[in-house]
Design a protein around this ligand. Structure first.
Ligand code: ZN
Length: 354
């Protein structure tokens, strides 16, 4: 009950890359960089285990950015000539590569870090990939001429890598779709379908050897960077974006949904739209350096219990912790685990829950 996990990313150590940036530059190159990525991955697995998390991940230490890390291994993308593009409905400008030809995987994308992580932890292992709709919002299209068509092309590539990750022994594969909260209509009309293609054949039920993994989607209001914080100021007192997306997700084959809750203006009753899904409930604010107390974390879990059965609740962070300081991130991991432990005491027996 109340198994804890993080959304995905963690800060990179200062010897690996620039810190507290969304697109940090690596500080090393070649084999030294590869070794440093491995060292950082192991460091964070240890930190997550020591903090007491139940589900751990690689902290995305091997990718510069959660979307571009995948795109670097895709043929048909020109990384030499990046262009400036407004992303997330022009919320902020990013330097993005261009799609210039038919898309194909060059080979495995995340084998190195997934296999490394699997070899070094006995905990459940979650691995993140960008979702198709978010990818097409983070790359410039000079080839397909149709957002939806390009998203489905990316979905097939994601599926190839996801099946390989499953074979590597990953327990949960999560697709990150922050763009769902920006393009709600696209998300409901075809984004969820593209996601299902990316997740095809992964679940236990879908695999002949029954060695499937859990499929998940993370939908948030972004990292705690200024552009996102300013945008959130414009969304009013009630953030109802999830209401447009959750019905399509509830009807989909995706098994877990990661959502924002603590310090967010999302009306918590929207969680009830996901009754048959596992829900990773955001109990840690990623836009503030203030460390949550275990009581605050347990209180947020108590709010979720009003709308979800207790066995469906997975306390989680609202989003990735990549742009934060290492020290703050470690303390937030500890608060997450301690808060979930307190919630098990509080709500474990006769407590609330439906
Ligand atoms: Zn997020």
């Amino acid at each position: 009950m109340f198994e804890t996990a993080i959304a995905g990313s963690l800060p990179k150590p200062s010897w690996l890359s620039e810190t507290e940036k969304l697109w940090p530059q690596w500080k090393l190159a070649g084999p030294d960089l590869q070794q440093a990525k491995a060292d950082a991955t192991l460091l964070w697995i240890k930190e997550q285990e020591d903090a007491g998390l139940d589900i751990v991940g690689d902290g995305e230490q091997s990718r510069q950015h959660f979307v571009h890390g995948f795109l670097e291994q895709v043929e048909g993308i020109d990384f030499e000539h990046k262009v400036t593009m407004g992303i997330r409905n022009n919320r902020y400008d990013a330097q993005v590569p261009q799609v210039i030809a038919e898309l194909r995987l060059k080979g495995r994308v995340h084998a190195f870090e997934a296999q490394l992580a699997r070899a070094h932890t006995k905990k459940k292992l979650k691995f993140t990939l960008p979702g198709p709709l978010t990818i097409v919002d983070t790359v410039a299209d000079r080839f397909y001429g149709d957002k939806r068509k390009m998203a489905f092309a990316f979905a097939e590539l994601l599926n190839q890598e996801a099946l390989a990750l499953r074979a590597d022994g990953v327990d949960i594969i999560q697709f990150d779709e922050p763009a769902f909260n920006v393009y709600m209509q696209d998300a409901a009309e075809w984004g969820v379908k593209a996601l299902e293609i990316a997740a095809r054949g992964l679940s236990r039920e879908a695999t002949a050897d029954r060695r499937g993994c859990t499929t998940a989607v993370h939908i948030c209001y972004g990292y705690g960077i200024k552009a996102n914080n300013d945008w959130k100021e414009t969304l009013g007192q009630e953030w109802r974006q999830y209401a447009d997306i959750f019905p399509a997700l509830a009807a989909s084959s995706i098994q877990q949904v990661s959502l924002e809750c603590y310090h967010s203006h999302v009306p918590p009753d929207l969680m009830a739209l996901l009754k048959d899904k596992d829900v990773m409930v955001g109990v840690i604010d990623v836009a503030s350096d203030v460390i949550e107390t275990p009581e605050q974390v347990a209180d947020t879990i108590g709010v979720a219990l009003q709308y979800l059965p207790r066995n469906r609740i997975f306390p989680c962070t609202n989003c990735g912790l990549a742009p934060m300081s290492r020290e703050v991130a470690v303390k937030k991991l500890e608060a997450l685990a301690q808060g979930a432990a307190l919630a098990r005491q509080r709500y474990g027996q006769a407590g609330a829950g439906v």
